[in-house]
Design a protein around this ligand. Structure first.
Ligand SMILES: Cc1ncc(COP(=O)(O)O)c(C=O)c1O
Length: 440
């Protein structure tokens, strides 16, 4: 590789590896030596090589896998797990695979739009990127006293910005097992080494987190409420316990509250105990509409500073026009009442299906948000059986971080306004397909 290296920088390293791949000196699947070895050989610092590896991973040229190390990647789309989870051969009569909110339960925009009489053009590209009035409203039900806020284009944008700004190639990142596939895809292209910690009904298991943190980890990513896919929400006791385990480390806690105000659980954050270590994200996609494309992120000035600086190299800020619409939706009484109604309606729908499943011998552990995580005997058989009835659900495997014995499917029951017992019957039959024995 030395002959390919034109400049002793991260970009120089990335370019050298790219050239070596292009001219065939490095084959697809070839294993790259450890960062320290490359650094020694090229007489560069490990930080420079690591930054070069990050650039390569982001471009999809290399990939990392805890056990196999870092290898030259085949050209492929970045969102592999996500596509596997969402892949569809058929269109369904009833598609409960989407993980999206019911359009009927989103608040009406008309009043907020009527209040937007001017475009409010910024006087400078360096204007304050967040509407102060919006921050004030956010603070009123934020789960801890946060130093600063940023508004970004949804929770995925927040996660991408945080990972770009704070994490390096090869960093160890703790995530929940199971967790949503798009996060795993994002971490893979960032070159993170992902460590799974199982969740139970109250959040991450403390003993497993303690064990994971015996090695240095740069970040812990968790979903505080209505975890996708399990529906679990952190309890206060568990949050306090996890904060105590994380406090002696330097890891950043990244909280992705993607369900936001449609969760029945109250807002919760480890920021109450670790305000300097936490970045707390609240998405408005489920509560106010995925196409509003907004999320708020709180954190210390030290943690948010690099994110804002990175953002200036891209879109700069999230449209203040959209921020003003969100502000309206969070303050106009009718819109607030509609979101309250949505939360109650999702709870009613969920509980109706969970109860009907329980009556049919299928037990769902946790339940908040719009999805339920259903144990099944044979994942593929369950999906095929439901598909034959015109019902689409999401396979559980792409959500797995650790090997799992149990099959699972994720069902977006938030979309089911009625027919709960009938659909639960189909899900229960699918859950048994493949072996619980006829008649059970
Ligand atoms: C846990 C989780 N995080 C993030 C997202 C993406 O949210 P946003 O639309 O705010 O980007 C989703 C979408 O379903 C999600 O389930």
């Amino acid at each position: 590789m030395r002959r390919h290296l034109n400049e002793p920088t991260a970009r120089g390293v990335a370019n050298a590896v790219s050239r070596a791949i292009r001219d065939g000196s490095l084959d697809i699947g070839a294993k790259l030596p450890p960062i320290r070895t490359v650094a020694r050989e090229l007489q560069l610092s490990p930080t420079t090589v690591s930054a070069g590896w990050s650039l390569l991973a982001r471009s999809g040229a290399i990939r990392t896998d805890g056990r196999r190390g870092t290898t030259v990647a085949e050209t492929r789309p970045d969102s592999v797990r996500y596509q596997r989870a969402m892949e569809r051969q058929l269109s369904f009569r009833l598609d409960l695979s989407t993980g999206t909110p019911d359009p009927e339960l989103l608040p009406d925009l008309s009043q907020s739009l009527k209040d937007l009489t001017t475009a409010g053009t910024p006087s400078s590209y360096l204007d304050e990127p967040v509407l102060p009035a919006l921050v004030e409203v956010l603070r009123s039900d934020w789960p801890y006293v946060a130093e600063e806020f940023a508004i970004v284009d949804g929770a995925m944008d927040a996660l991408d910005l945080i990972i770009r700004s704070h994490l390096r190639f090869g960093d160890r990142i703790v995530v929940e097992h199971p967790t949503f596939p798009l996060l795993l895809d994002l971490l893979e292209v960032s070159g993170a080494e992902v460590i799974g910690v199982p969740v139970d009904e109250e959040g991450m298991r403390p003993s497993a987190l303690r064990a994971a943190l015996k090695q240095t980890c740069s970040a812990i990513i968790l979903q505080p409420r209505a975890q996708n896919p399990t529906g679990a929400s952190l309890t206060q006791d568990r949050a306090r316990e996890l904060a105590g385990i994380i406090a002696p480390t330097e890891a950043v806690v990244i909280e992705d509250d993607s369900a936001g105000s449609i969760s029945t659980a109250a807002p919760i954050s480890l920021g109450r105990w670790l305000p300097d270590q936490v970045l707390h994200i609240r998405s408005f996609s489920k509560s106010h509409g995925p196409d509003l494309r907004l999320a708020a992120v709180s954190g210390s000035a030290e943690l948010l500073g690099p994110i804002n600086a990175r953002r200036q190299l891209g879109q700069g800020w999230s449209s203040r026009l959209l921020q003003r619409i969100l502000l309206g939706l969070l303050t106009v009484p009718d819109a607030v009442a509609q979101v309250d109604h949505a939360r109650q309606e999702y709870q009613r729908r969920r509980e109706a299906v969970v109860q009907a499943l329980a009556e049919r011998g299928v037990h769902v552990d946790s339940s908040d948000g719009i999805n339920i995580w259903v144990p099944v005997l044979d994942e593929a058989a369950a999906i095929v059986r439901l598909a034959s009835q015109g019902i689409g659900v999401t396979p559980g495997t792409p959500f797995a971080v650790l090997p799992d014995q149990e099959g699972r499917i994720r069902v977006t029951v938030g979309l089911l306004a009625d027919r709960h017992a009938e659909i639960a019957e189909q899900i229960a039959l699918a859950a048994r397909t493949g072996g619980w024995g006829a008649g059970r």
